[in-house]
Design a binder for this molecule. Structure first.
Ligand SMILES: Cc1cc2nc3c(=O)[nH]c(=O)nc-3n(C[C@H](O)[C@H](O)[C@H](O)COP(=O)(O)OP(=O)(O)OC[C@H]3O[C@@H](n4cnc5c(N)ncnc54)[C@H](O)[C@@H]3O)c2cc1C
Length: 566
């Protein structure tokens, strides 16, 4: 990962992408590619080399790239997803494919391939998944047999099958995960390597403008210098080393696609008149189909931005945090796109309207780069350890920190986020006492509660930072500080209620709880119910902001808000 772009360079990249999309990827064009189940190869090539050169973002400066950091990548991925998730996936695949090299390659391997990606715009594919090994990559069966010459390994013969590989039928270069005698390892294969063949372009539910194909490897010979890092057995570690980063990218996809769908619903509702007025004036419409989705997406954004900044600070791999970001953003994006169809009524159910395509496209984000259930498991297992190691104080401490934050910033949503943390600590403690995490379902449901809780805290912090004018310099400034605070209060209430009520549900559902009233009070359910006061007024406020019905506070850019991307 690079050290990051200057802000004006990032702005230029984002604006070039918007120009490129306006000139080449108009709605009609995208709908056509979707209908024909066809990847716009020329356009993806133009994005990954020629006209746009987006691949430079992912390549370090020493190999001729721009050395973008995690924050840059998040902003660009969100923007790409607003255009088309299929096209964005074609670009993502090159990034994923080059990851093992960027992370684990020898200096010579990095020079050899990263500089070709930068200068020639090579398209890559990332070949990890197999017919029998998806979530459980350790079950992989593709095997690389060493070929010996004069007592040393001169090359490998690779045999096996890969499934659901993005760019599988069109890539110039492939990263292939295979078992070796020393354990799983990545190999770099050129297109055209004898024995390497791609299956048909899959007929998918969504992202139909991206090529997805199975790969067959029959005795494919590669020289030993194509073993990434030159040492067997490093493959899974190399894959895991970038999960924080790659999951952040898919999180940004969920965010971009979700907001795009929602903004379409917002625009539609201002011109669609029913029962004597536009839909945008109907509270029953906005407060169900727009506002809660906007709040969830902004909670995900707050978390994404915190993690991106921490990745850029080299704080570690942040795999669990990447999982939280991906989980919340992609689930929120999927729900928002579904609501956008509903918001369009019958029109939304037809292929002429982009929301129908976005809904099919965004669905993939809860599946690839780790399914939502695998994210729940990752999150729950890691934070469970934090709970145990701190003897239950992990979320209590954070809850107390939020209470202090609330004292200084009473309208930021920190108070109710604090309640969510305290309730979560109690749920986890009950699970420990009664050994409830032996139930896999309970464990995974904890993953959901944890993600909501942590994102509520992030949004409260972001609302405060916005109010104090100290957001990250590259942060998205689509909403005013007041709107962010309202969304923080809305989302915080949702998170706290989810934790307390679902906490009750799963604790009582898995254990024998004699004193349910006592548990309710330990989870602070009465306080969480009381904290719902003011929810509808906050939703009114958020709706007014989304629809540009507010007088903008001083210092907020005139183009902020939902109409930023017409
Ligand atoms: C369009 C598309 C593009 C893709 N691109 C790529 C790519 O470029 N490169 C690549 O390597 N892969 C790619 N994938 C593969 C993708 O990452 C996998 O499909 C995904 O990780 C899930 O694996 P699976 O399909 O084998 O499902 P499975 O692992 O079989 O999962 C099936 C279901 O079971 C659940 N599940 C799995 N394990 C558990 C468990 N232990 N406990 C409880 N529930 C569980 C899952 O959440 C899911 O709901 C792509 C997939 C698609 C559809």
């Amino acid at each position: 990962m690079g050290k990051g772009l200057d802000q004006d360079v990032l702005d230029m990249v984002l604006s070039s992408m918007r120009d490129f999309a306006r000139d080449h990827l108009a709605e009609g064009v995208l709908l056509e590619f979707d209908a024909r189940n066809e990847m716009p190869m020329d356009l993806v090539r133009a994005m990954c080399a020629g006209e746009l050169g987006i691949q430079l973002l992912f390549v370090d400066e020493e190999f001729g790239g721009m050395g973008g950091g995690a924050f840059d990548v998040y902003r660009v991925c969100e923007e790409m997803a607003r255009v088309d998730l299929g096209v964005a996936t074609g670009v993502l695949a090159t990034f994923l494919g080059s990851d093992p090299i960027a992370v684990g390659g020898t200096p010579e391997q990095k020079r050899r391939w990263m500089s070709r990606i930068a200068t020639e715009g090579l398209l890559m594919a990332y070949g990890a998944t197999e017919p029998e090994a998806g979530s459980d990559l350790a079950a992989l069966r593709t095997f690389a047999t060493p070929v010996m010459e004069d007592g040393a390994v001169s090359g490998y013969r690779i045999t096996g099958a890969k499934q659901w590989i993005s760019n599988g039928g069109v890539a110039d270069l492939f990263s292939i995960l295979a078992n070796t005698p020393g354990g799983p390892a990545w190999f770099v294969l050129d297109a055209g390597t004898p024995g390497l063949t791609a299956g048909k372009h899959e007929d998918k539910h969504g992202i139909r403008a991206s090529n997805t194909a199975a790969l067959s490897l029959q005795d494919c010979y590669v020289e030993a210098d194509r073993l990434v890092g030159g040492v067997e057995g490093q493959g899974l570690l190399q894959a895991q080393a970038v999960f924080g980063y790659t999951r952040l990218m898919v999180a940004a996809f969920g965010l971009g696609a979700g907001w795009d769908a929602l903004e379409r619903a917002v625009r539609y509702s201002t011109v669609r008149s029913v029962s004597g007025g536009p839909l945008s004036e109907k509270q029953g419409f906005t407060h169900k189909l727009i506002v809660p989705h906007a709040a969830r997406l902004e909670a995900a954004r707050a978390y994404i931005e915190e993690i991106a900044a921490r990745l850029d600070e080299r704080e570690g791999t942040l795999n669990t945090e990447g999982a939280i970001a991906k989980y919340l953003a992609t689930e929120a994006g999927n729900l928002a796109a579904d609501a956008a169809i509903q918001a369009h009524g019958g029109y939304g159910y037809t292929r002429e309207y982009m929301v129908e395509k976005i809904k099919r496209d965004v669905r993939i984000t809860t599946i690839y780069e780790g399914t939502s259930e695998i994210m729940e498991m990752t999150i729950a297992r890691d934070r469970w350890q934090s709970h145990l190691k701190t003897r239950g104080e992990h979320y209590r401490d954070q809850g107390r920190a939020l209470e202090r934050l609330d004292a200084a910033h009473p309208d930021s949503g920190a108070a109710v986020a604090g309640l969510a943390h305290q309730a979560l600590a109690e749920v986890l403690e009950r699970c420990r006492q009664q050994r409830l995490t032996r139930s896999q379902h309970v464990l995974l449901r904890l993953g959901e509660l944890i993600a909501y809780t942590e994102c509520a805290a992030s949004l409260a912090r972001r609302a405060i930072a916005a109010a104090e004018g100290r957001m990250h310099p590259k942060a998205s400034r689509r909403l005013s500080a007041d709107a962010l605070a309202a969304m923080s209060r809305i989302f915080g209430r949702e998170a706290a209620l989810l934790v307390a009520e679902n906490g009750m549900r799963w604790v009582c559902g898995a254990a024998d709880v004699a004193d349910t009233a006592g548990l309710m009070s330990e989870l602070r359910l009465p306080a969480i119910h009381a904290a719902q006061a003011g929810l509808v007024a906050d939703m009114d406020l958020a709706a007014d902001e989304i629809y540009g019905r507010t007088t903008r506070p001083v210092g907020v850019p005139a183009n902020a808000g939902a109409r930023e991307h017409p």
